[in-house]
Design a protein. Structure first.
Ligand SMILES: Nc1ncnc2c1ncn2[C@@H]1O[C@H](COP(=O)(O)OP(=O)(O)OP(=O)(O)O)[C@@H](O)[C@H]1O
Ligand SMILES: [Mg+2]
Length: 281
């Protein structure tokens, strides 16, 4: 298998007519771990949702390709089939669908053409073993997806899905938030166990403590809906020690959140005069 590659080029997007992404460029290849940091409300989760095809978000411009194929043209299930995976910051509860049914269906959807489905026995064995690796309660397999799960259980469950589905590129949105120290280690080990040329990972995080377990090769900072600075692990350490003000100064940004209108202080809306031209749409 060739090394997978996710390419994001000048991606612009809005939600409810509010411009959030203003031109994101990023390339994640197999074998690489990237971290995206950035203050609250700067578009990090929006980026992950747009890449995965959440219907609420409107793409205004730019391209996303996965192994050379146009992702933005694909349905959500096609994106998963292409090897993309998202662990959400706030995983949804799906009453009526058990965790195990969901995983079985999702695994089927990932099958390549002509590939045979694994037997139910094999699936159950793999699921039980993975649940054990993650130190999760065995009854998790039979509970409705995320319903009544604690914050940390939801996060572990996202990692369970990642381990079972074996994506080529995974986006993990704040997988570390709300985890206790043991869970943080277990999740870190799970991500490390997937590290290979066939797997690339984009981790959205606020804290350097995730680095105790996962060492990113590249660190990016997002402000105003685009990546304003990239570097290596030392960038993360500096942010941890000094915050974001120095970056804002360096880049010449006063307010790091989504683009706001100077006069009103409100987010720029698509219909406001000259916005499209300003954003080059
Ligand atoms: N569905 C939505 N409806 C309305 N506004 C939205 C929606 N999704 C995102 N936004 C807005 O877009 C901006 C960026 O949000 P996003 O969730 O991408 O930020 P973030 O960088 O992930 O922040 P955090 O670090 O707090 O998770 C915010 O101002 C948010 O309120
Ligand atoms: Mg977020």
């Amino acid at each position: 298998m060739a090394r997978p590659v996710l390419k994001i080029n000048d991606l612009k997007a809005s939600v409810e007519d509010k411009v959030i992404l203003t031109g994101v460029d990023l390339e994640v290849k197999g074998g690489e771990i990237h971290a995206i940091m950035g203050p609250n409300g700067t578009g990090k989760s929006t980026l992950s949702q747009v890449v995965m095809g959440h219907p609420k978000y409107e793409v205004l411009g730019g391209e996303v390709t996965m192994n050379g194929e146009e992702v933005l043209e694909m349905e959500v299930d096609e994106r998963a089939h292409a090897g993309l995976f998202l662990a959400m910051q706030y995983p949804s509860e799906i009453p009526g669908v058990t965790n195990s049914d969901f995983l079985r269906m999702s695994k089927k959807a990932r099958l390549k053409e002509g590939e045979k489905d694994q037997s139910l026995m094999k699936f159950i064995r793999e699921l039980d073993a993975t649940i054990e690796t993650l130190n999760m309660n065995p009854d998790m397999a039979h509970r409705y997806l995320n319903e009544g799960f604690s914050g940390g259980e939801k996060k572990r469950n996202e990692i369970l899905q990642m381990l079972m589905l074996k994506p080529e590129i995974a986006i993990l949105d704040e997988i570390d938030s709300g985890l206790d120290v043991d869970a943080l280690r277990i999740v870190g080990e799970a991500v490390n166990s997937m590290r290979s040329e066939d797997f690339g990972c984009l981790i959205i995080t606020h804290y350097q403590r995730v680095l105790d377990y996962i060492k990113p090769d590249f660190v990016h900072v997002m402000m105003q809906g685009r990546i304003v600075k990239s570097g290596d692990i030392s960038l993360m350490e500096k942010i941890d020690a000094e915050g974001y003000d120095w970056i804002k100064e360096e880049v010449g940004i006063e307010d790091e959140r989504v683009v706001v209108e100077a006069e009103s202080g409100r987010p720029v809306r698509l219909d406001s005069c000259g916005t499209k031209e300003k954003l080059g749409l």
